[in-house]
Structures are given as structure tokens and as C-alpha cells.
Design a protein around this ligand. Structure first.
Ligand code: MLC
Ligand code: AMP
Length: 519
């Protein structure tokens, strides 16, 4: 391959159908009007934005930080960033000013794109951090980005990039300290997209229901790359609505969701075998899929959900088989409560706390390696080094086992992490905010089971001697500081936290105590 062909955009563009006037994306405007985009529209509009970015003469490797509502234009901005050879940095729309200030301060993006409504506070943060260009993009095609891009031509030769060059930075929180930016390369993203194209049996005539947010691995990479690299159409939903997703199944073949989406669709009486008849594949990931959900889906629709496992640092790692996997004797089925096999090219091993390889079937720490594994954390060489074993395997922080057939099961996490509706919430971050509140001596945040989100946070707060702390006030204050999905759903004020003889808070006891709260 020459260097130009390793730009991920070039590979995606090469998979567009020959007839560029076919529909590539069916979307709906915020006002409810149908919006159709042809493959030519995707090509020309991403070229205009890429030309705009190129005209800014940004230094090589510049980050383009984006916090906008989901829209097809937001996807085009992603494609344009790849095409122009810059580094895409997506930010969850739920993040508030303190969170955005940290990301922008840490990543030092050359360009920031935000919603027209947030321009005031976001641009202030960006200009203070040295960002030179702040554009706006609304979900109704409003804003300065498209206005400026309209003056540019609709052809753009993708910037040559090596497989090792950065394509995106995804921030993931840490168990201690601040968020870390996982650096993903063109090679990481392309290799994973090609493996999944094959493994999930994608066909050009597939139609994907895209109902996930596009600021994380699942919606941004797995879903968008999956459709584009197969020249497959997307039915684009700006927000997940279970009834609309079910109705779309009659015109679609592939659906990807976090478990909460499946739980919400199962609650709809319109979900039937008949409505799902045209579908080829339902994929779940980002959080554990309960075996009850897996079975209920099978009964209601006749389809077996394919569960897979991944992370921001590695994109996809394992998957249940679409078709029988010849590497395993060709007799595999999609098994509930497992995340399937290590994907082709991915090495996966289970080690004890001492780093020794464990025998088949034993529970331990999951480590991985492969062309999909990220390049490291942005400007954090020590953290990067800590997260790799001496012989170069990435420590996922997930705890699991591999059976004799090769099926991987995740049974827990060594990282103190709550996964709520597919979003990661790090208790240490929330505890830090609570501990800074007046009158608070200390706090602990734990995850408890929740019927809709799978797991949600619950806070336990200890006031300083003589101080009065109100649980609802703690929650109200957190809501003014942090993304909404991180807010604990309940807050208890009590006199002490359970500790072991070493003085460490026994979070397992707190989890046990509160596990029935939302049952
Ligand atoms: C929303 N809320 C949540 C929440 N989402 N609470 C806990 N966990 C969540 N995930 C709360 C809000 O705080 C708000 O509370 C109320 O629900 C309504 O907010 P909303 O925004 O209207 O919610 P809704 O649209 O219903 O969103 C739920 C959801 C969304 C499940 C559709 O969370 C979602 O899209 N999740 C998908 C996340 C995802 O794509 N993960 C992939 C990560 S990649 P209040 O109190 O303010 O009213 C990854 C790697 C891999 O993990 O392997 O894929
Ligand atoms: P993120 O850092 O947001 O990419 O989240 C990655 C984490 O999500 C992984 O380390 C796992 O803990 C979790 N995860 C992803 N897919 C699954 C799955 N199918 N089952 C259980 N956990 C999962």
C-alpha cells in the first residue's frame, strides 16, 4: 500500500457504491421532515468541510474537538477531519463547562466546533486555551461551519496518512485522576473495520439502523465504519426512540445497541417476529447484556442477539460468531452471557494478579494485543506504560475467563467503574466532586443494578462532625457540575463507611446493602 491509501477516509470512500446517486443515509430533520443524502452528498459535503479545514493551515496532527448534537453533518465533520488528515476529538453533549475546560485544556485543539447555543461559554474556554478557530454546527444545519464550508469546492484529495498516524482521540475517565485521551490511529480503525466487515457478514444491501450517539466507539466507529466500508445505507436517528427503531426494522437489516436499547424495545408491544422479519443481525455491546434480555429477545423476535466486547482503547476485541467460525470447528452459536471469541488478529489472554498466565477456564485479568490496540494516552507516557504489561499486552481492567472452546466471558472489573446505559462513570471522579462540597468529610459511590440502565450510581456521604449535609442538595449540586448520566440516582447521608482492617472502604458491602434499591 502507498502512504495515501492508509488514510481511513480513502478506504471508506473506496467502498462507496459505483452509483453515487443511490441513497446513503435516510435521516429526519429536527422539525420532522425526511432528509435524504446520496453517496455523492457525503462525498461532496465532506470535501467542502475538509477544504475549509485545510484552508486554515493548521499544524500537522491538529486536534478538531467537537461537541455537537447528533446529525448527519456531524458525521460529515468526522469524515472531513479524517480526509484532511487531522485528529477528531468527539465530546459527549452531556459534558458541562468544567469537563469541557479540562478536555480542551488537555488536548489543545486547533479547532473547536460546538452548538450555536453553547458558543458563548465554549468559545471562551477554547480561546483561553489557545484554540484559534471556533465554529458552530446546529442539528438543523445551522451555524458557521457549514456557512464557511459552502464557499469551498466539493472535491478534496485525502491527505496522505500512515497507518501509525493519529485519526482520533477518545477521552476515557480514569480510576484515579483525570480523564485520559486514548490515541487511535488510522491503522487501528481501519484494521478493526475490515475485520468486522468480514466477521459480521456485512453485505452492500444491508441497511443499518443508527440509533446511538456518535461521540463514542460504538456509534462513531463500529456503526458508521461498518455501514460505510460496506457501502451500506443507514437509517439515521438523532436520538434513540424505541418505537421509531422498531418501525424502522421493516426497512433495515442490522441494528446495534447498548443493552438499555434492547430493554426499552422489549417494553414495546409493537416488537414482534413479524416486525423484525427483514432483520439479519442484532448486535449488543458496551455493557453486559443480561441473559434474561438475550432470551426474551430470542422469544419475541426469533433473533439471537450477537454480543461483542470492546473499549475506547482497543475498539472491538471479541465477538460472538455471525456464522460458524471455522477456527473453532465450525459449530459455534451465539451464546448469551459470553462476548464470544477474540476477533481474528486480536490476542487475548487471562492472567493472575502476578501477571502469570492462568489455565483455561480460570477467572483473571484480561489482557489484549493486536493491530486494533491504541497508541497510548495523549501526553501521558507514564499512564500508558502502567497500562501495558512488560511484554506489551494492554491491561483492559476487565476480569473474565476463556472456556475450552474459546468463548470469553466477562465476570467483573478490576477498575472501579460503573457502566450506566452504556456510558462509563468513574466513582473516583464523582467522589472528588462530593468531597469538595462544604460539610462533607468523605464519600463513596457504588454501582447497583437498575432495570433500565443496567447499573446506576448511588452515593453514600459522611458529613464532617457537627455539619449537616442533605442528600438531595448533593445531587442538585452535582447536576450543576457534571454530565447528567454521571449523577448518582440516590444519595444517602450516614455516619461512617464500612472499612476493612487496612482502612480501605469496602464498596462490596455498600453495593450489597443498596442492591435492591431499584429492583
Ligand atoms: C440518560 N440518563 C442516564 C443515562 N442516559 N442515566 C444514567 N445512565 C445513562 N446512560 C438520564 C439523564 O441523566 C436524565 O436524568 C434522564 O436519564 C433523561 O436523559 P435523556 O438524555 O433524555 O436520556 P435518554 O435519551 O433516554 O438516554 C438513554 C440512552 C443513552 C440509553 C438512550 O444513555 C444512550 O444513548 N446510551 C448509549 C451510550 C453509548 O453509546 N455507549 C457506547 C460507549 S462505547 P435527569 O435526572 O436529568 O432527568 C463503549 C465501547 C464499546 O463502551 O464496547 O462499545
Ligand atoms: P469505554 O471505555 O467507554 O470504551 O468502555 C469499555 C468498557 O465497557 C470495557 O472495558 C468493558 O468493561 C465494558 N464493555 C464493553 N462491552 C462489553 C460487553 N459486551 N460486556 C461487558 N462489558 C462490556
Amino acid at each position: 500500500m502507498n502512504s495515501a491509501s492508509q488514510n481511513l477516509f480513502t478506504a471508506l470512500r473506496a467502498a462507496f457504491p459505483a452509483d453515487l446517486d443511490q441513497i446513503a443515509v435516510e435521516a429526519t430533520s429536527p422539525a420532522g421532515e425526511p432528509l435524504l443524502y446520496t453517496w455523492r452528498d457525503l462525498d461532496c459535503a465532506s470535501a467542502r468541510i475538509a477544504n475549509l479545514l485545510a484552508s486554515l493551515q493548521l499544524p500537522e496532527g491538529s486536534r478538531i474537538a467537537v461537541q455537537v448534537e447528533k446529525s448527519v453533518e456531524a458525521m460529515l465533520l468526522y469524515l472531513a477531519t479524517l480526509r484532511a488528515g487531522y485528529v477528531f476529538l468527539p465530546l459527549n453533549t452531556a459534558y458541562q463547562s468544567a469537563e469541557i475546560e479540562y478536555f480542551i485544556g488537555n488536548a489543545e485543539p486547533a479547532v473547536v466546533v460546538c452548538t450555536p447555543g453553547n458558543f458563548g461559554w465554549v468559545s471562551k474556554i477554547a480561546f483561553t486555551a489557545g484554540t484559534q478557530h471556533v465554529f458552530t454546527l446546529g442539528d438543523d444545519r445551522s451555524g458557521s461551519l457549514l456557512q464557511r464550508a459552502a464557499h469551498f469546492g466539493d472535491a478534496h484529495e485525502a491527505a496522505p496518512r500512515r497507518a501509525d498516524d493519529l485519526a482520533a482521540i477518545l477521552y476515557t475517565s480514569g480510576t484515579t485522576g483525570r480523564s485520559k485521551g486514548a490515541m487511535l490511529t488510522h491503522g487501528n480503525l481501519l484494521s478493526n473495520a475490515l475485520v468486522l466487515k468480514d466477521y459480521w457478514g456485512w453485505q452492500p444491501n444491508d441497511v443499518l439502523i443508527h440509533a446511538l450517539p456518535i461521540f463514542h466507539v460504538h456509534g462513531l466507529f463500529v456503526a458508521i465504519h461498518g455501514a460505510l466500508i460496506n457501502g451500506s445505507k443507514m437509517i439515521w436517528m438523532a436520538k434513540f426512540d424505541p418505537q421509531a427503531a422498531i418501525a424502522a426494522m421493516q426497512r433495515a437489516t442490522v441494528f446495534m445497541g447498548v443493552p438499555t436499547l434492547y430493554v426499552r424495545m422489549l417494553a414495546e408491544p409493537t416488537l414482534t417476529r413479524e416486525v423484525a422479519r427483514n432483520m439479519r443481525l442484532f448486535i449488543s455491546g458496551s455493557a453486559p447484556l443480561l441473559i434474561e434480555t438475550f432470551k426474551e429477545w430470542q422469544q419475541r423476535t426469533g433473533h439471537t442477539i450477537l454480543e461483542r466486547y470492546g473499549m475506547s482503547e482497543t475498539i472491538m476485541l471479541t465477538s460472538n460468531p455471525y456464522a460458524a467460525d471455522a477456527r473453532h470447528g465450525g459449530q459455534d452459536e451465539r451464546r448469551g452471557a459470553t462476548v464470544g471469541f477474540a476477533l481474528p488478529g486480536v490476542g487475548l489472554r487471562v492472567v493472575g494478579d502476578d501477571g502469570q498466565l492462568l489455565p483455561t477456564g480460570e477467572i483473571g485479568n484480561i489482557q489484549v494485543r493486536g493491530p486494533n490496540v491504541f497508541k497510548g494516552y495523549w501526553r501521558m507516557p507514564e499512564k500508558t506504560a502502567e497500562e501495558f504489561s512488560q511484554d506489551g499486552w494492554f491491561k483492559t481492567g476487565d476480569v473474565g475467563k476463556v472456556d475450552e472452546r474459546g468463548y470469553v466471558s466477562i465476570v467483573g472489573r478490576s477498575k472501579d467503574l460503573i457502566i450506566s446505559g452504556g456510558y462509563n462513570v468513574y466513582p473516583a471522579e464523582i467522589e472528588g466532586y462530593i468531597n469538595d462540597m462544604p460539610g462533607v468529610a468523605e464519600s463513596a459511590v457504588v454501582g447497583v443494578p437498575h432495570p433500565d440502565f443496567g447499573e446506576v450510581g448511588v452515593a453514600v456521604v459522611i458529613p464532617k462532625p457537627g455539619a449537616r449535609v442533605d442528600g438531595d442538595a448533593v445531587i442538585a449540586q452535582l447536576k450543576s457540575q457534571l454530565a447528567n448520566f454521571k449523577i448518582p440516582k440516590r444519595c444517602f447521608v450516614t455516619t461512617e463507611l464500612p472499612r476493612n482492617t487496612m482502612g480501605k472502604v469496602q464498596k462490596n458491602l455498600l453495593r450489597d446493602q443498596h442492591k435492591g434499591l431499584f429492583a
